[in-house]
Design a protein around this ligand. Structure first.
Ligand code: ADP
Ligand code: MG
Ligand code: ZN
Length: 622
């Protein structure tokens, strides 16, 4: 407001200068004319600071002429004189702030200013509240869902998840030819739940359904439903369904539905009222429209286990489609899809890439090819070569490649550590084959690493993790530390193996508590999903075993790890000369690939490639 006052001063009218010699007169002249009794009337206008003067007939040049006389700030002399003449010389004297234009203009300017100020203030208020809270807009929810009239995605853009595609092909037919189903009295399903880990193509699949059927695609993410103020989430749901009904047939896609659809009345802190209201609204809306209106709701989640059972019952999301991580064949197809618009050198074998990427999701694979393309452009090459794919893969899985280290203690110790892992892995029958060993440092403090080529079938299917395989994995994991201890002695080992040790311990613990692979017998002693999530099972997660069992678990885990460590040490001791030779080679060329590594090991051990080092019989006997 202070600025307004200052500005008002500025916009006040400046005293109007009387212009043109014809109808103006100076102040002193006026005083003189008054003395001479030649003035007929004076009208003072304090706003414009002028006096309008009419002279008497002889002095007047034109009849009826009004002269303007510029005034001073105060005019006591003029006023005193005029008053005197009013009585003595019949002067008409008047003070009249005329409704004059400039005054009106200044008033308008001031009003405009106030208006602008208020508008500005409102805008600032708005801005500050439209952040996370939306405090000013609880009324009508601004629709935060997106609508795409045409997604442009087709089934052929989605690869590697054939079963899911087949199941959803039917949904396309529902949308395109509903008569075929309604004619025989079949109810069209309302909801389809896509279940699978992130990046496997759930969103893409939902878009492809809309694309194939040629219907609009409404999408909203579950977390957007739940807002700070009570009622907004629910009104979003109403909005969304109203819009969708206007555009039927169409697809409504709700991403991350677990954000709204969690088990009601559960969770730490007594649940979330707002979320429950939103969920209730969603359920009501789903019940409110008949399956035959042509709206199909597709929801995606990676945790179907936390969803409210009410969502899953018939008439709601009664169809569940698994969208899993792709298998080798699937990965190959996904790679082919994403290689369509990229230039690949003829030496690139997508087959080999697919083989080396078990556990990758569709999004990971898309990202891999994109990274490779970026590297290619950076290196100013014509097409993506296997080298770029290799580098991109390492970068995504391990970290950014840094400049090789200068020779020194760190490099030496790293070389021994990694050769230790790789040699133990090569000598053990059930261990995964080595992909490569490298001592080129990576971002994130990684000095070197040994990568393996896991068997396709073993990835993600715990059923194939045999006891022998797990024990070998533990032994390989300890190979690095075992080598350090053998070569440098117990006093020189460093903390570099922390990560190895943690992984090994976790694995051993799982063998005892989950897989029933120890003397403790086939007891599930721990929950496979030991993480606590808010939905369920906070209270029933109390210890499932006694103190005594706990001590026995610890003993078993220790026994497994100690035995595996001894095995690793023995392998290194028996092949000390070979270790030194491999380390020398690794220091020289910084990377040894799996085949070369195996060749050298085979040469030196005279083809006894997989030595039966240990039967591990003692490993599980406490
Ligand atoms: P989700 O929704 O399951 O987390 P998205 O559908 O968002 O995964 O996938 C992200 C991206 O990854 C897609 O845009 C696509 O480029 C790629 N992608 C994922 N899965 C596939 C697949 N099966 N086929 C082709 N591309 C895929
Ligand atoms: Mg998604
Ligand atoms: Zn290691």
């Amino acid at each position: 407001m202070a600025s307004w006052i200052v500005l008002q001063g500025v916009t006040l009218p400046v005293p109007a200068r009387a212009d043109g010699a014809g109808n103006s007169m100076s102040y002193s002249e006026l005083l003189k004319k008054l003395d001479d009794n030649q003035v007929e009337s004076i009208e003072l206008d304090p706003t414009r600071k002028v006096a309008r003067v009419k002279l008497k007939a002889p002095a007047q040049k034109k009849p009826g002429q009004v002269l303007e006389v510029p005034l001073l700030e105060e005019n006591p002399e003029l006023i005193a004189k005029a008053r005197e003449k009013v009585d003595s010389a019949n002067l008409r004297f008047d003070i009249q702030p005329t409704p004059d234009n400039s005054a009106a203009a200044s008033l308008l300017a001031n009003l405009l200013l106030i208006f602008l100020l208020i508008a500005g203030l409102l805008m600032i208020l708005r801005r500050s509240t439209s952040g996370p809270g939306q405090a000013m807009s609880f009324g009508k929810s601004r629709a935060r869902f997106q609508m795409e009239a045409k997604t442009g995605v087709m089934f052929e853009d989605v690869a590697g998840i054939e079963e899911a595609k087949e199941e959803l092909q039917e949904v396309v037919t529902f949308l395109k030819k509903p008569e075929r189903f309604t004619a025989v009295g079949a109810k069209i399903p309302k909801g389809v739940l896509l279940v699978g880990p992130p990046g496997t193509g759930k969103t893409l699949l939902a878009k492809a359904i809309a694309g194939e059927a040629g219907v609009p695609f409404f999408s909203i993410s579950g977390s957007e439903f739940v807002e700070m103020f009570v009622g907004v989430g629910a009104s979003r749901v109403r909005d969304l369904f109203r819009k969708a009904k206007e555009n039927a047939p169409c697809i409504i896609f709700i991403d991350e539905i677990d954000a709204v659809g969690r088990q009601r009345g559960a969770g730490i802190g007594g649940g979330n009222d707002e979320r429950e209201q939103t969920l209730n609204q969603l359920l009501t809306e789903m019940d409110g429209f008949e399956g035959n209106t042509g709206i199909i709701i597709i929801a995606a989640t990676n945790r179907p286990d936390v969803l409210d059972t009410a969502l899953l019952r018939p008439g709601r999301f009664d169809r569940q489609v698994m969208v899993d991580l792709p298998t080798f064949k699937g990965r190959l197809k996904i790679l082919e899809v994403h290689a369509r618009n990229k230039k690949l050198a003829s030496e690139v074998s997508l087959d080999a890439v697919a083989r080396r990427t078990p556990g990758f999701s569709g999004a990971d694979l898309a990202n891999l090819l994109n990274e490779a393309a970026i590297l290619t452009a950076r290196r100013r090459k014509e097409a993506i070569t296997p080298l770029e794919i290799d580098d991109a893969l390492d970068r995504l899985t391990i970290g950014l490649k840094l400049a090789p280290r200068m020779d020194g203690k760190v490099k030496w110790m790293t070389a021994y550590h990694e050769v230790g892992h790789a040699l133990v892995a090569t000598m053990l029958k059930h261990a995964d084959p080595v992909d490569k060993v490298t001592i080129i440092p990576r971002s994130g403090g990684i000095e070197g690493f040994t990568s393996f080529l896991p068997d396709e079938e073993r990835v993600d299917s715990e059923g194939l993790l045999s006891r022998a395989l797990l024990l070998d994995r533990i032994t390989v994991g300890l190979g690095g530390r075992a080598t350090e201890a053998e070569v440098y002695g117990q006093n020189e080992i460093d903390a570099g193996a922390t990560d190895d040790i943690k992984k090994v311990t976790d694995l051993a613990r799982k063998m005892v508590t989950l897989y029933g692979m120890s003397d403790l017998g086939t007891l599930a002693l721990e929950n496979p999903n030991s993480e606590i999530f808010l939905g369920r099972g906070w209270l029933d997660r109390a210890a499932e075993y006694s103190e005594e069992i706990a001590a026995r678990i610890d003993r078993q885990v220790r026994t497994i790890v100690v035995h595996c460590y001894e095995d690793a040490c023995r392998i290194i001791q028996d092949n000390r000369a070979l270790v030194d030779r491999l380390v020398e080679l690794l220091l020289e060329q910084e990377t040894i690939d799996g085949d070369e590594f195996r060749r050298i090991v085979a040469e030196s051990t005279q083809q006894k490639f997989h030595t039966e080092v240990s039967e591990h019989p003692s490993a599980v006997r406490a």
